[in-house]
Design a protein around this ligand. Structure first.
Ligand code: ATP
Ligand code: MG
Length: 250
């Protein structure tokens, strides 16, 4: 069977500057891959290439049997961008419906999706009337509303405080257990990455290249207690040391 996402020799240069050194990765269906690394190492660039919002300089991306552009045309992808464009007057339910309209596919009933995302009673509230955490859940609900097989998320929880961030991360992990998706998840937060991911792509500082692919061989979803698990602690420490070595070497 074809990999859910296949990234083959994908790199990107802007003018004379490399934003991303060649990356090779085969991602299985249902896997969650975290991209971690310092600012400017090419994480968003990687995601945008998979989303077909940017051309790679070398290499190609396949989403199952499709090219990235075919996958985009078929609306196989859901994107939560680093800077979501939220219209303050837009109602939560309309935001979800809008995705479905664009996709030409109603994956899930919008009210049901919002309810399952803990937003019951808030469906008709406008973006400006929601808290940051609620808004983030609306963003994710909208990205998933048409039931894409692949979810691309660029620092989706970055705007949340630490407690909320942990809570929403655990919620999201459980959510994926109900609706499995193949996920690329960009984060600066090492603990969050280890908590959520099956594998972490650890990038060097710019021009980004993959230093190591670190596996977290523990079944998902994982609960809060996993943060105290010796495996969690060891993997997080290993990722920190990989990133710190790079800072020293720079
Ligand atoms: N459209 C563009 N034109 C020129 N340079 C770009 C463009 N997009 C990104 N870059 C450059 O490519 C490099 C990688 O950018 P990218 O946004 O992928 O980093 P990132 O890892 O997502 O960083 P952050 O963690 O800060 O979001 C940066 O040096 C950036 O300035
Ligand atoms: Mg970025």
């Amino acid at each position: 069977m074809a990999a859910a996402i296949s990234i083959r020799n994908v790199s990107r240069r802007f003018g004379d500057n490399w934003a991303l050194r060649p990356v090779d990765l085969e991602i299985a269906a249902g896997e969650l891959i975290a991209l971690v690394g310092p600012s400017g190492c090419g994480k968003t660039t990687m995601l945008r290439i998979v989303a077909d919002l940017q051309e790679p300089t070398t290499g190609e991306v396949r989403i199952g049997a499709d090219s990235a552009s075919e996958a985009r045309r078929k609306r196989l992808l859901g994107l939560v961008s680093q800077r979501p464009a939220v219209l303050p007057w837009k109602r939560a339910i309309d935001d979800v419906r809008f995705t479905q309209k664009i996709a030409g596919r109603v994956g899930f009933d919008p009210a049901t999706v919002l309810r399952e995302f803990g937003l019951e009673g808030h469906e008709t509230k406008r973006a400006r009337e929601l808290s940051g955490g609620m808004l983030q859940r609306v963003n994710i609900a909208s990205a998933m509303a048409h039931d894409p097989s692949v979810l691309l998320m660029d620092e989706p929880f970055a705007a949340l405080d630490e407690m909320k961030r942990e809570e929403i991360g655990e919620w999201f992990d459980r959510e994926l257990a109900t609706r499995p998706k193949t996920v690329l998840f960009v984060t600066h937060h090492i603990d969050e990455a280890v908590m959520l991911a099956d594998r972490l792509l650890v990038f060097s500082p710019a021009p980004g290249r993959v230093l190591e692919v670190v596996s977290v061989p523990v079944p998902r979803p994982r609960d809060a207690a996993f943060r105290q698990d010796p495996r969690f602690v060891a993997i997080a420490a290993h990722v920190r040391s990989l990133l710190a070595q790079q800072v020293e070497a720079a």
